[in-house]
Unconditional design. Structure first.
Length: 255
């Protein structure tokens, strides 16, 4: 490959332009790749933390509703209201199962899995004790049934709710950490792109400065020789070894 100093000016300018544009394109491609990486990480974080938090929140809310409905059913005496409460409890049980299945397979850490295992162990026990209390309440032993619910079923339900609340807190904390990492990664991306663009600008300025200096030197030599020729110095010569149009011009002048 020819040395840059021995290239034609047109070729040097062309190659300088291509080099700068290439670096700028590399910066653009790099930015696009990093944006795709950030988008993929954000999507995963949203699925693993954002959606899980929503499912856990719904799960916890329906657990609360389950306890309240169970107490209502035990104490209700109106047939219509009792039937409506029983239907709501059935729907609530279905929602609890649905949201548990939604978040169970998305939890990854050992602590999350331990809490999920605790919920799977305790919730069926709560259902058994709850249904016993409700069955007792249906026989009109309302106060006794309510006490049975409070002492046998409610503590188990509280354990399940506490586990769910811990999962919510853990996922909120993990979501905040992921968010911080994504922000840091975005800043790094911007800095990297800026650095690449800055390098492109510096290279462009150096190339432009070098080319301008060489052109200026060549022009000054020819200009100086021309002035001497105008003064009658017919033997004046221009010594130039640039390998470009100015060397051709100098050779023509010397002839």
């Amino acid at each position: 490959m020819k040395n840059a100093k021995n290239m034609q000016v047109k070729e040097r300018l062309k190659r300088s332009f291509i080099l700068v544009v290439s670096i700028a394109n590399i910066a653009a491609i790099l930015a696009a790749i990093l944006m795709l990486v950030i988008d993929a990480r954000y999507s995963k974080a949203l699925e693993l933390n954002g959606f899980i938090q929503g499912d856990l929140g719904e799960y916890s809310a329906y657990l609360n509703k389950d306890g309240a409905l169970s107490r209502d059913i035990i104490m209700l005496t109106d047939t219509a209201e009792l039937k409506q409460a029983q239907q709501e409890l059935k729907t609530t049980d279905e929602k609890i199962e649905f949201y548990f299945n939604e978040f169970e397979h998305k939890l990854e850490s050992n602590e999350e899995k331990e809490l999920t295992a605790l919920i799977k162990e305790k919730y069926p026990k709560y259902i058994i004790e709850r249904d016993k209390a409700i069955a007792a309440g249906m026989k009109n032993h309302n106060e006794e049934a309510l006490q049975q619910f409070r002492h046998e079923a409610a503590p188990i339900l509280q354990e399940v709710m506490d586990a769910a609340d811990k999962l919510i807190a853990m996922n909120r904390e993990m979501g905040d950490k992921v968010s911080d990492r994504l922000i840091l990664f975005s800043i790094m991306m911007v800095v990297l792109v800026v650095v690449v663009i800055a390098i492109a600008v510096i290279i462009a300025m150096r190339l432009a400065g070098s080319t301008a200096k060489e052109i200026h030197t060549s022009v000054k030599k020819i200009q100086k020789a021309t002035k001497k020729l105008a003064k009658g110095e017919l033997d004046v010569r221009v010594e130039m070894n640039t390998g470009d149009e100015f060397e051709d011009m100098a050779n023509s002048f010397n002839e």
